[in-house]
Design a protein around this ligand. Sequence first.
Ligand code: HEC
Ligand code: HEC
Ligand code: HEC
Length: 191
Amino acid sequence: MRALSLLLVLLLSPILVAAEAPFYIGIKQCKLCHQPHYDSWRTTHMSKAFDLLKANVRADKKRAAGLNPLKDYTADPACLACHTTGYGKEGGFVSLEKTPDMVNVQCEMCHGPGSIYVEMMLKKRGTYTREDYLTKGGMTMPSKESNICTTACHNQASPFINAGFEFNFENRKDIGTHRHDIEYIDNPLNF
Ligand code: HEC
Ligand code: HEC
Ligand code: HEC
């Protein structure tokens, strides 16, 4: 486990150093320090959002929304922005073949592309501040006010959201993100 983690850091560091604008790196890079958040996220619909695009999944709902239940939508650009991570952006989902790790609505869809803030978090705690990763690091924290959820996905561009839909942030935070009562794994690399 320790060797694997170090390998991860070594693999990451060359690209991270060169980074100017943050780009997507995928959930495997978050798991290292946030395994409990990961386990909790796995139990939500967000971790299965890509499967909804497959043929015959939720057939009745698709038919009712005017979609073709027999069609495979997993390569349809009209669906990918909200059912994958970072579609069309650097490091983000391209296709199931090229970027199989970027399916579903992962951490970075809600917290922003992670290349820069993870570089900060990989350093010793105390060498960066919360302000660093929330401003220079490109991290986003969804809130009722910030509208990240409704601007990005929970809006009428979805075939399943009708006019008059109201997004309940507190309720969705409970069922659609992860538990919010867990500690970080501090210093997982023992640095
Ligand atoms: C090297 C370990 C490490 C990795 C890898 C890591 N984190 Fe973190 N993360 C932390 C630590 C430690 C904190 C607590 C910050 C602090 O107090 O210094 C934290 C805090 C956070 C917070 C809370 C911020 C706040 O101020 O409330 C979010 C959100 C977060 N991480 C998301 C992610 C995401 C998304 C990824 C993957 C792209 C990731 N982290 C990868 C260690 C890590
Ligand atoms: C703008 C973002 C967005 C786009 C584009 C989008 N979806 Fe979704 N989709 C969502 C959201 C958000 C939900 C969850 C709705 C809810 O629970 O409020 C969802 C839910 C679904 C569901 C589950 C519906 C149910 O009630 O069980 C299916 C199936 C689905 N989408 C398929 C598709 C397909 C196929 C496309 C492309 C033709 C597509 N989506 C395009 C955001 C989007
Ligand atoms: C669907 C959106 C969504 C996804 C996906 C998501 N988060 Fe969050 N995350 C949130 C929201 C919302 C908050 C809380 C903001 C608040 O306190 O109001 C949050 C808060 C956090 C915090 C701060 C402490 C806490 O628990 O409230 C950490 C750490 C964190 N997320 C890490 C992660 C990691 C790691 C992943 C991926 C395994 C992830 N998040 C996936 C929406 C998301």
